[in-house]
Design a protein. Structure first.
Length: 436
């Protein structure tokens, strides 16, 4: 009887260190590349976007959030049409291709009218729309290619590519903006995003060469269009209690994020009036967040999910954020805010986002693309818009921001409860899958 040859000792050590099976290593590398290239391209734009938002006045941010929500709603039918008509393995390349074309258009606009306020606002809204769409699609590919058991081990590790890209992007922006200008940065960002799409195509080809024993997500299935209508994602959410739970989780997440975002804008506008200094502060916060997220994603998150379940990833950060809001209510100073913001964002990248994406490994393919995208874009940006107006109203009613922080703590506790419920539902659905 023949015995399968053992992998070399260094490969076995790395597989044990990163909790990866040897045959999965190429797919993990492709996933890391997909997220690294995407997030490098996006985070080259992010510090510029944040500065553009502050340029129009912090008191007007709620209008930008509302404009982002409206633009998201306008974009959804186009994405729904693409998702219905092209093979699902081609949804990401088609969408990324359209984004790259729009990047070229904005690059030309910035070269022609670099100081136009309305162009700055349009750029802020556009980046806020496409970043949610592209990140959602990248995670859809992972949920399509990997099954639940693989996802628990690999998703956080693969997400480390996103954090590494989030660290690299701001550094490139700082180093190159003087030489390339904003238009040049957009062109370089477009190149990174094009390469990210190529990595996503390779991931599907890896799954073709390594088919699942159950036959789920077969090459033939991924070659076929999903069908349906452009609004199928929204209707699927309202028909499924499980998807509605995910939508509520995302709505609460966006509300917490928006409350902290407004505090960030207010404090930085007060403390750092110079636009160049503002961009440097935003970039520094991004760098610290991504460094912490990388270390956690690579060495902790996958093992926590494998041993304790998805629910732990979805509950831990909301509870910590609730404590952070109470701390801010009692000590509303910039140093405290930076600690809370860094912990919240690093925790979201390292725990909440991978855990949230694991929830989609137990739903049908159409829901992995259409319903997921509706939740990640329309629901998230709708929560942004609503909570932005609520936060603005609270600021007008009381000059002391403590009231908004206490309300934020309450929202975070409901967010934690919802995460715990979703973790239980996910375990039940996984147990009901064939071959589980």
């Amino acid at each position: 009887m023949s015995v399968s040859p053992q992998p070399p000792a260094p490969l076995r050590f790395l597989a044990h260190l990163f909790n990866v099976e040897p045959h999965e290593a190429p797919a993990v590398a492709a996933g890391l590349a997909m997220f690294f290239l995407l997030f490098t391209g996006y985070f080259m734009l992010r510090p510029v976007r944040e500065t553009m938002g502050v340029t129009g006045g912090v008191e007007n941010l709620q209008w930008l959030f509302t404009g982002t929500f409206v633009a998201t709603l306008a974009m959804l039918p186009l994405f729904g049409w693409i998702a219905s008509k092209v093979p699902r393995r081609r949804i990401l390349p088609w969408t990324f291709g359209l984004v790259v074309l729009s990047l070229l258009g904005f690059a030309a606009a910035m070269l022609l009218r670099p100081d136009d306020l309305w162009a700055a606002r349009a750029f802020y809204i556009w980046v806020s729309v496409i970043n949610m769409l592209m990140i959602s699609l990248a995670w859809s590919v992972l949920a399509d290619v990997f099954v639940s058991g693989e996802a628990r081990r690999l998703f956080a590790l693969i997400a480390g590519g996103a954090s590494l890209g989030g660290l690299t992007g701001p550094l490139l922006t700082t180093a190159l903006v003087g030489a390339l200008g904003h238009g040049g940065l957009l062109l370089l960002s477009a190149a990174f995003m094009s390469c990210s799409a190529a990595a996503a195509i390779w991931l599907h080809r890896w799954r073709d060469r390594n088919p699942l024993p159950s036959g789920a997500s077969s090459p033939e299935q991924r070659q076929r269009p999903l069908g349906g209508n452009p609004f199928a994602g929204a209707t699927a959410v309202f028909r499924s209690p499980y998807l509605l739970g995910i939508a509520l989780f995302v709505l609460l997440l966006s509300s917490v994020t928006t409350f902290l975002y407004f505090e960030q804008a207010r404090l930085i506008a007060e403390l750092f009036p110079d636009r160049t200094r503002q961009t440097q502060v935003f970039g520094t916060i991004d760098s610290v967040v991504q460094t912490l997220a990388i270390l956690t994603q690579v060495f902790l998150t996958g093992r926590i999910a494998q041993k304790l379940g998805v629910g732990v990833l979805l509950v831990a950060v909301p509870l910590i954020v609730a404590v952070g809001f109470l701390w801010l209510a009692l000590a509303p100073v910039f140093a405290v805010f930076v600690v809370v913001m860094v912990v919240r964002r690093a925790g979201e990248y390292a725990f909440v986002r991978p855990g949230r994406e694991m929830l989609y490994t137990v739903v049908p393919p159409e829901q992995k693309y259409k319903a997921k995208n509706f939740i990640d874009t329309a629901v998230y940006r709708g929560g942004d818009a609503i909570s932005a107006w609520v936060k603005r109203g609270l600021d007008l009613m009381a000059e002391n921001p403590a009231l908004a922080m206490f309300i934020g703590a309450g929202i975070a506790l409901v967010w934690a409860f919802t995460g715990g419920m979703l973790g239980r539902w996910q375990r039940q659905k996984e147990a009901a899958e064939p071959g589980s």
